[in-house]
Design a protein around this ligand. Structure first.
Ligand code: E4P
Length: 217
């Protein structure tokens, strides 16, 4: 399973990269706004910087919602760096844009997936990734993991190459559950990734080993 970090924060991206387990980055307009990035030039420069830090797929989301504008914007984003993945919302014009980029050999990530039918359409249009939003479904008392399971079944039935990128991860158990049901990728903020490291028996066991190692010298 691939690990992407879901942030536009450069320090957190560097910290995850330094762990040696990072395969890519996802961003969205909300995450970019959180970092105070404003204006077309600043946005492009920020993506360029991320691409220089991480050698992997970097999802950059279009801000527009019409086919013509998404095409123009996506072409400009893709020109920033070969690792840019154009992130397109799951809307009618978005499906057309996915097909356009797929035909051009430009990678895409179809975002805001909340149903198996949406994932199926995105795969048919040639999306590189679909992003089902696990946490946001859980937030409204719906089983987000079940959606990922359904998409896994459909994609396996027809051997679609589109990868399932589990998004909107809230905690480390989401990551474990996604690994168990066969998501291809998870994109997560840094804290859930770091909390995978933790176990109290590891901490107490190491404290004991360190204490006992003193007796050896
Ligand atoms: C990733 O591509 C999504 O934009 C992100 O995971 C959404 O997460 P949120 O529901 O925590 O905003």
């Amino acid at each position: 399973m691939k690990f992407f970090i879901d942030t536009a924060n450069l320090e957190q991206i560097k910290e995850a990269k330094d762990l040696g387990i990072l395969d890519g980055v996802t961003t969205n307009p909300s995450l970019m706004a959180k970092e105070g990035i404003q204006g077309a030039e600043a946005i492009k420069n920020h993506y360029k910087t991320i691409c220089e830090i991480v050698d992997g797929d970097i999802s950059a989301e279009v801000l527009s919602t019409t086919y013509e504008e998404m095409i123009k914007e996506g072409d400009e984003l893709a020109a920033i760096h070969p690792n840019i993945v154009v992130k397109i919302p799951m809307i009618k014009d978005g499906i057309k844009a996915l097909k356009y980029f797929s035909d051009k050999g430009i990678k895409t990530n179809c975002t805001l997936i909340f149903s198996p039918g949406q994932a199926l359409l995105a795969a048919k249009a040639g999306a590189t990734y679909v992003s089902p939003f696990l946490g946001r479904l859980d937030d409204i008392s719906t089983d987000g993991l079940n959606l990922i399971q359904e998409i896994r079944l459909i994609f396996d039935n027809y051997m679609y190459e589109t990868e399932i990128l589990a998004a909107s991860i809230r905690h480390s158990m989401h990551i474990i559950d996604c690994a168990k049901i066969g998501a291809d990728v998870i994109t997560s903020p840094l804290p859930p990734i770091l909390s995978l490291l933790k176990h109290p028996l590891t901490d107490s066991g190491l404290a004991q080993f360190v204490a006992d190692s003193q007796k050896l010298s």
